[in-house]
Design a protein around this ligand. Sequence first.
Ligand code: FJE
Ligand code: FE
Length: 315
Amino acid sequence: MRANSIRGLFSFGFIRNIKSMSSSSQNFVSRSVIKKVFAKLQKEGDGAVVRRGISRSEQKLLDPFLMLDEFSVSSPAGFPDHPHRGFETVTYVLEGGITHQDFKGHKGTIYAGDVQWMTAGRGIIHSEMPEEEVNKGLQLWINLSSNEKMIEPNYQELSNSDIPKAEENGVQVKVIAGESMGIQSPVYTRTPTMFLDFTLDPGAQIHQNVPESWNAFAYVLESGEGGAVFGSSNSSPVSAHNVVVFGPGNDGVSVWNKSPSKKLRFVLIAGEPIGEPVVQYGPFVMNTQAEIDMTIEDYHYGRNGFEMAKYWRSQ
Ligand code: FJE
Ligand code: FE
């Protein structure tokens, strides 16, 4: 197969990107759309409302991803003190700010364009509260493999200016994880993950490489009517607040902005499947029910990473 040797080397993916920006895009074979999910509004946390794009029903199809929420939250609503174990949360603020505080004294506010990549590992207890009048963003949950579920918690925090950006042929990309258009994110992804924020001018298109074995989806943030076309240039357009799940294989993902006047903004997220059983109890994600039962006990009695559970309250 053409360029198979290049396709296999993810680190050389940018070669394909540069090629695909030029005339060879007709050779690019895109994955097709196998499912669309409209992210319905639902209540979460304390008085907060989220659009849940990925939930339990997509977990098999989209391993290693567990959840995607598009949040919009205003004080006094928020996500007060709650635990996590067994996965990572990625919070990407689109507007306003979110202040987080955890049980080990880690505290900070992330604003529009900033990312917090939190590895909960064996245990985090934290609060995530809105800072400004309007606070919007995305929160993605990425599973950890069984041998990493109980690692020490870790944070990677990137301000907007730390996130690599590129612009070419009416396409802007912010590389939150992975690489695109020849630039690479500094984020370390324990579960190999790509997280790209694309804005396409009217009439622009992209052909983004995605490793063949990975699961991939897009989430449409903003689109002109009939603008967002995924997979093949004659497929039916997708409106904002939809998850677009891609089928397996091929070179990657093609996207067209067919709107004559409005920009198209979407995130493209892909990851290497873990292939292990998932047992989720709210904010705990383990491999077996016995591990969930143990986690509930650990949280209750303040053990195995939840030592501060009994004493800590956010301010
Ligand atoms: C949660 C309680 C919670 N979606 N989007 C239980 F508070 C949460 C939770 C969030 C969340 C936080 C932000 Cl900043 C953005 C979110 C859920 O914190 F997920 C469960 N299960
Ligand atoms: Fe949380």
